[in-house]
Design a protein around this ligand. Structure first.
Ligand code: BES
Ligand code: ZN
Ligand code: ZN
Length: 460
């Protein structure tokens, strides 16, 4: 079901969103019947609490939703979604109470609260609709909701139905939807066209590896997005243990996130020349798997000593980044579920990012705050460069010891991004729990912040 706002509707149920400390004041403004009903039902205005107030002679049916306190809301995201998920079917319009600065994000949360990944277990869809309140750009919020549902569905779909070939098809479908061009280089053609790392990582899988390329827009600054499309990461010959492999269908979360961002950009017709590059592979085990100790060639000409077949993401991204850089984009962004170390540092909720551009970092952090999509900058710490320089090749994909694992992975990628202005996101792309507007499963990270910041990040 597409997540859309309801058309303005005179019969929509008025929804009052009430902070717990403003409840007494709100009650004192109501007639006696409403005031008594709210009091007798013990409504306290907590986040996620709802109460339907029946119609009487002088009031129509209305709904109240708790909004907690600013302090409590700091501990939750999408506080309105928590209530929206509990409201009975109907069309609602916000009658009072939602602060302006988070209006769009809260309305996005409402839409997302009603998305379920039901491909394998169809459920009756609920219909809890919201009339877009004045002051929001409803089309933009709907586009962001569509992008988020697209990327979640891509991540949640297991590899049996989301291999490199299906991921490629998803890119072609997105391109068709927006009148973009898309193409791909598949299997042995990767060798002929000089993408040796993508081929090396993906050659052991039953579905051949590929590099997917989407282009849209013919004027404006050049923006290139590169997403890690490892459709399943077994770890390769350095096989992951059971617990580490369990969620590895999500190792194309970077690809899904850049496709979500591309959807936002194209549907809102941002004046950019957009390119999306996705190296799509499965990191599998077979007789022709690449091995620990192999020295690998790359598109850029740098050789890589493969010290862990589980550090495959940076390998496939390296060739895609080298291609991206050949085009001299104004801004080059990679998004990848790249390291466990990034999770250890910041947990699943905050997207670490790297850039050498202080101004861009500041603007991105400001946008992240505006749209409640948390990011945190980690450093491209130059003194750690020596950690990725082994003795018999130019680069090492898995420095021993593992200290600063997210940074050494980012430094590795930076070598291939060349002279381009570069930002790299090391995301988790997964919600481990059922949270308001973010059910357990795939999720977007950092891309809403990026979309909000883009006009400030790109040259005009
Ligand atoms: N896909 C994983 C990283 C990952 C694991 C992201 C779990 C999110 C959740 C990646 O390919 C990987 O295995 N990285 C290794 C690199 C190491 C061998 C240098 C890691 O982080 O342990
Ligand atoms: Zn891996
Ligand atoms: Zn991986």
């Amino acid at each position: 079901m597409p997540l859309k706002f309801a058309a303005p509707d005179a019969d929509a149920i008025p929804l009052h969103i009430i902070e717990s400390d403003a409840l007494d004041a709100w009650i004192s403004e109501q007639n006696e019947t409403v005031a008594n009903w709210v009091k007798l039902n013990g409504f306290a205005g907590k986040i996620g609490e709802i109460l339907m107030v029946p119609a009487t002679d002088d009031t129509p049916v209305m709904a109240v939703a708790g909004y907690g306190t600013a302090q409590k809301r700091a501990r939750e995201r999408f506080a309105l979604a928590a209530a929206a998920a509990r409201l009975p079917d109907g069309v609602y319009k916000i009658a009072s109470g939602l602060p302006g600065n988070l209006l769009e994000t809260e309305c996005l949360g409402w839409l997302l609260a009603h998305h379920k990944f039901d491909r394998y277990n169809k459920k009756t869809q609920r219909s809890v609709e919201l009339v877009a309140p004045d002051g929001i750009n409803a089309g933009r919020v709907e586009a962001i909701a569509a992008a988020e549902t697209l990327l979640r569905d891509l991540i949640n779909t297991p590899t049996s139905d989301m291999g490199p070939d299906t991921l490629e098809q998803a890119v072609h479908d997105l391109a068709k939807q927006h009148g973009a061009e898309s193409s791909s280089i598949v299997g042995e053609n990767l060798i002929e066209q000089n993408f040796p790392l993508i081929h090396t990582v993906g050659r052991a899988a039953a579905t051949p590896p590929r590099l997917i390329d989407l282009r849209w827009g013919d004027s404006g600054p050049k923006l290139t997005l590169v997403g890690k499309g490892v459709c399943f990461d077994t770890g390769g010959l350095n096989l992951k243990p059971r617990s580490g492999m369990a969620t590895m269908k999500k190792d194309m979360g970077g690809a899904a996130n850049v496709l979500g961002l591309a959807h936002m950009i194209m549907s809102q017709r941002l004046p950019v020349q957009l390119r999306v590059l996705i190296p799509a592979v499965e990191n599998s085990v077979s007789g022709n798997s690449f091995r620990p100790g192999d020295i690998l060639q790359s598109r850029k000409g740098l050789t890589v000593e493969n010290n862990n077949t589980d550090a495959e993401g940076r390998l496939v991204l390296a060739d895609a980044l080298a291609l991206a850089d050949e085009d001299s984009p104004d801004l080059l962004i990679s998004v990848a579920t790249l390291t466990g170390a990034a999770r250890v540092a910041l947990g699943s909720d905050i997207a670490p990012f790297f850039t050498d551009d202080d101004d861009a970092a500041e603007k991105l952090c400001a946008a992240a705050g505006r749209v409640d999509d948390p990011v945190w900058r980690l450093p491209f710490h130059d003194p750690y460069e020596k950690k990725i320089e082994p003795t018999i090749a130019h680069l090492d994909n898995a420095p021993s010891g593992g200290f600063a694992g997210a940074i050494t992975a980012a430094l590795f990628l930076r070598r291939f991004a060349g002279q381009s202005r570069y930002m790299h996101f090391d995301i988790y792309a997964w919600s481990s729990f059922n949270l308001p507007a973010r059910p357990k499963g795939g999720c977007g990270q950092g891309v809403r912040a990026l979309f909000d910041a883009l006009p400030d990040l790109l040259p005009s």
